[in-house]
Design a protein around this ligand. Structure first.
Ligand code: UDP
Length: 484
């Protein structure tokens, strides 16, 4: 432990190797650095370029690299990000191989801790061993789950009380016990051997792994949450007071990128100016942004249904399509002539979009999302109502928060947890959800727009000086300083 009070507090950040974890962690490191904290991000060689542009535009942040032992676990050497697993259809077995390789990072990571001797470690929940690593060097370990208080509370209740084991079918709903609201769920919305399609050996490994994740959450110094209090006060209180978890909310962390919202995560495949020029040509609140994050990969059939639904809705749109859809299928899923017919009113971005820049533009009126927490919070921050399409991970919980607690979402489908996109949602459902969320005539939808706008304003206030997230970050840094 550091014994001098006149040197800078040094915080180590260790994000999991997936964009949805790397991006908010880099933002968080920037927030700490902006408050005079020395920050270091640990990652692997192929992930570093994805955020080097981001970190050079902000405060000084160091990067330390460790090798990812992909080949030792049967994966190609270029596989250093979870994105690769879904892009190459490696399924749950691939997730399990990737997880084993991530567990093997412990030894090289501890070597870095030994060399640099930071004062605190903020490590992703998917490195459950990091609590022991921090203890070895006498420093506090903070955990980052990359999700909402709501999902943390609901996930804890499901793991502890197992209400899913007390219903007789996958479709019978049950109440998640002990939450501030009555939240109903079905077994289909949770992962199981059936929904992951995994073998017994992998299932056992992943079960043990997630058990360790749960244990390390309760054993560590505390939790940093990318959320703001005003969004989910009952759940923040529940997490702290009922579950007894020390936690600090510091979000929305995406707002730390005020200088350049176009540079976040990977380099965008569309130029900032081209994107803004197109958006500037549209009236306010008339364009819907459609994106399913960096991991979800739909079948060609599902992509086609989305295309037909978007076209039939007559909405103006930006649709982000992952590169892997191009590589596997060419454009075969796109109905013939789609781009000619929608020319002017719509744009497909193939690859990586400058998402936060787009969402914050006045022309955007709604967001279609898979409910990854980052996209969800970015949409909330931009004051947008959403069409909800959960697929896996914490996404079904996030959907409940948005549609039932803060009530700013319209559901389109996505009834079953799945690593490969789930059952197909037909084009008629896509069309109807788009028409509904973009409608200015339905009072219920106008209510969503009003509530979404108010939440967006609260999000911005939360990170300003005097706001709840600003305050919590100050309190956390002060507490860490007092520990050194
Ligand atoms: N993102 C982006 N451009 C893209 C796709 C994703 O900037 O084309 C960013 C998005 O803004 C978010 C993150 O990548 O910050 C995705 O995280 P999320 O939790 O929404 O989904 P995941 O990829 O983890 O499923």
């Amino acid at each position: 432990m550091a014994n001098s009070t006149d040197r800078l507090l040094h915080v180590y950040f260790f994000p999991f190797l997936a964009h949805g974890h790397l991006i908010p962690t880099v933002d968080m490191a920037k927030l700490f650095a902006g408050r005079g904290v020395k920050t270091t991000i640990v990652t692997t060689p192929l992930n570093a370029p994805n955020f080097s542009a981001t970190t050079t535009t902000g405060p000084d942040i160091q990067t330390r690299l460790i090798d990812f032992p992909a080949a030792e676990f049967g994966l190609p050497a270029e596989c250093q990000n979870l994105e690769f697993i879904s892009a190459h259809n490696k399924g749950w077995e691939g997730v399990s191989q990737f997880t084993r390789a991530a567990v093997a990072l412990r030894e090289p990571f501890e070597k870095l801790l030994e060399q640099d001797r930071p004062d605190c470690l903020v490590a992703d929940m998917l490195f459950p061993w990091a609590t022991e690593s921090a203890a070895k060097f006498g420093i506090p370990r903070l955990i980052f789950h990359g999700t909402s208080f709501f999902a943390l509370a609901a996930g804890d209740a499901v793991a502890t009380h197992e209400p899913q084991n007390r219903v007789s079918s996958d479709d019978e709903s049950f109440v998640i016990p002990g939450l501030p609201d009555e939240v109903r769920f079905t077994r289909r919305q949770l992962p199981s051997r059936q929904t992951t399609g995994s073998s017994e050996k992998e299932e056992d490994f992943m079960f043990e792994f997630f058990k360790r994740v749960g244990e390390s959450s309760s054993e560590c110094f505390g939790t940093v949450v990318n959320s703001f209090y005003e969004l989910e006060p009952a759940y923040a209180d529940h997490y702290r007071r009922v579950l007894g978890r020390r936690s600090w909310h510091v979000g929305p962390v995406s707002l730390c990128n005020a200088d350049d919202r176009a540079v976040r995560g990977k380099e965008a495949t569309i130029g900032r100016d081209e994107c803004l020029k197109w958006l500037d040509s549209k009236e306010p609140n008339t364009v819907v942004y459609v994106s399913f994050g960096s991991i979800v990969k739909f079948s060609a059939e599902q992509m086609r249904e989305i295309a037909i639904g978007i076209e039939a809705s007559e909405c103006q749109f930006i649709w982000v399509v992952r590169e892997c859809h191009q590589e596997d299928d060419g454009n075969n899923w796109l109905p013939e002539g789609f781009e000619d017919r929608t020319s002017g009113r719509g744009m497909i971005i193939r690859g990586w979009a400058p998402q936060v820049l787009i969402l914050d533009h006045a022309a955007i009126g709604a967001l279609v999302t898979h409910y990854g927490w980052n996209s969800t919070l970015e949409g909330i921050t931009a004051g947008l109502p959403m069409v909800t399409w959960p697929v896996m991970a914490d996404q079904f919980y996030n959907e409940k928060l948005v549609t039932e607690v803060v009530r700013i979402g319209v559901s389109v489908g996505g009834r079953e947890w799945s690593v490969d996109g789930g059952g197909t949602v037909g084009h008629a459902a896509v069309e109807s959800a788009l028409r509904r969320v973009m409608s200015r005539e339905v009072e219920e939808v106008m209510g969503m727009h009003r509530r979404a706008k108010a939440l967006g304003e609260m999000a911005r206030k939360a990170v300003e000086e005097g706001g709840s997230s600003y305050f919590d970050l100050s309190a956390l840094i002060e507490e860490l300083r007092s520990q050194t």
